[in-house]
Write a protein that binds this ligand. Structure first.
Ligand code: G6P
Length: 465
């Protein structure tokens, strides 16, 4: 088996006893351990002058190699092109996208820094797997440095429709840089189709039935490869003492009221404002449910140096205040709005205590909270998942209550339906979703991608499409 080199902007190696270790890190760690691989990326630290010095660390059998970036890099590459240009554009928010040449310059510079530092570490038989929108041009950077290895790219966020992408100055350069990869993975059919539409319409390339096309003498394959969670480990965490203690504490504090839960980074793509408005509509149209229900919204701040994130935070503070002001009584607060994050085990306990999981992003590559909410449920008495039809997860979790997150009425109706759903229907919907989450888990995702990258067969088709 070839050595695997994983590259991502953030590097999160496995940590002993880490409470909030993500499934992605766990799955990648397993593959890295198996192949004696390497995880390369940004340390998250700044240095006055970039030196290319690599900091190696080994933790639980996984070696990471990280570099520091200059403050100007953080500003132009991370806060700039990645999070002020690509993130909003790829989430269909061209109203928030900022197109600045300095950002594009910083993005090119940092990707070149990655390529320069990573190239000498790559040995002839290694397989390289690059992750996410921060590093789209890295494959081309490596090819220009005479790297002939198999290199794959996986996009964790949505790919935007062609007409939106056309608003990006140098959109073609960005797309063409992807052709340096052997395999390009997407979370959903929706994203892959949008990408192939661009490839066909703007570049006139012919795409075969396998999603492959030939360009500059190379074969490039696009594939749908939906990311999953480590369902088994997750179910175990849900039974842990921390989880059960939290579940108990939440039940007590709910005091017989039904809890609706939402958990996400404080990000405008998550549809939090629309969710609050939908919940407000539910309260307005269901006076009999007052004091019977509450919404716990957990939203730890994210990318705090970017203006649009500061704005969404202010908007949500005002909105939650307004709704609570209008409906709260002496012993009932309709929205518990919390800006702090929780360790994984405790979150699981919260999911388990919630009658409804409300996951309503306006756009999302996949959304793993939807899968985690389902995986955490008690099979005998599962809660109901309300899921945006614009999350990648909606292609797999057809038995959720699918809603249009832009419609307050849709959200309000779904909340009412979820709260009234009979036990037998909750169980059958839950079983169908759980079967999918267990089958197409994070290990399945990783093997599906790495098998394709190694030139092997795709394996089982994606279920429920
Ligand atoms: C999304 C992106 C990831 C990113 C994460 C957290 O899930 O797909 O690449 O790491 O958000 O965002 P941050 O900017 O804190 O890394």
């Amino acid at each position: 088996m070839s050595r695997l080199i994983v590259v991502s902007n953030r590097v999160s190696p496995p940590r002993q006893g880490a409470a909030n270790q993500g499934g992605l890190a766990v799955a990648l760690a397993a593959a890295l351990r198996e192949t004696d691989g390497l995880w390369f990326g940004w340390s998250g630290e700044e240095t006055e002058t970039f030196t290319g010095a690599i900091d190696y660390q080994t933790s639980q059998g996984v070696t990471t190699a990280t570099i520091d970036l200059e403050p100007q890099d953080t500003e132009e590459y991370y806060n700039g092109y990645a999070n002020r240009t690509l993130w909003p554009l790829f989430h269909y928010r061209i109203d928030l996208a900022e197109y600045e040449r300095s950002f594009a310059g910083g993005y090119a510079r940092v990707n070149a820094r990655f390529a320069d530092t990573l190239r000498p570490l790559i040995e002839p038989d290694d397989v390289v797997w690059v992750h996410d929108y921060h590093l789209i041009p890295l494959g081309l950077g490596l090819r220009r440095r005479e790297c002939t290895n198999r290199i794959g790219f996986f996009l964790h966020i949505p790919w935007p429709p062609r007409r939106l992408l056309l608003t990006l100055p140098s959109h073609m350069q960005l797309v063409k840089s992807l052709f340096a990869y052997d395999v390009i993975g997407f979370q959903s059919h929706d994203s892959m189709e949008a990408f192939l539409d661009y490839v066909r319409s703007e570049l006139g390339l012919e795409v075969d039935l396998q999603g492959a096309f030939h360009v500059a003498g190379r074969r490039v394959t696009a594939m749908v490869c939906p990311i999953g969670i480590d369902a088994r480990a997750f179910a175990e965490v849900a039974q842990s003492e921390d989880a059960l203690t939290m579940q108990d504490a939440m039940r007590k504090s709910a005091d017989g009221r039904a809890m609706i839960v939402g958990v996400e980074r404080l990000d405008y793509s998550k549809g939090l404002q629309e969710r609050f408005l939908g919940y407000e509509r539910f309260l307005a149209s269901h006076p009999e449910m007052h004091e019977q229900v509450f919404l716990l919204q957990i939203a730890p701040p994210s990318r705090v140096d970017v203006g649009s994130y500061q704005e969404i935070r202010a908007t949500l503070e005002a909105l939650s205040g307004r709704i609570n002001g209008a409906y709260a009584t002496a012993d009932w607060v309709p929205i518990r709005y919390v800006n702090q994050g929780y360790p994984h085990a405790r979150l699981t306990g919260i999911y388990r205590a919630a009658r409804v999981g409300l996951v309503t992003p306006l756009r999302d590559g996949m959304n793993l909270v939807a899968k985690e909410y389902v995986a955490a449920q008690d099979p005998d008495d599962p809660g109901v998942l309300i899921l945006s039809r614009f999350a990648g997860a909606a292609e797999q979790l057809r038995e959720a209550l699918l809603v249009n997150p832009h419609s307050a009425e849709d959200i309000a109706d779904a909340i009412a339906a979820a709260l009234a759903m009979p036990l037998a229907e909750r169980q059958s919907r839950w079983r169908a979703m759980m079967a999918n989450i267990e089958r197409q888990d994070v290990a399945w995702w990783m093997h599906r991608f790495t098998r394709q990258l190694a030139g092997g067969a795709l394996g089982e088709p994606i279920a429920t499409f």
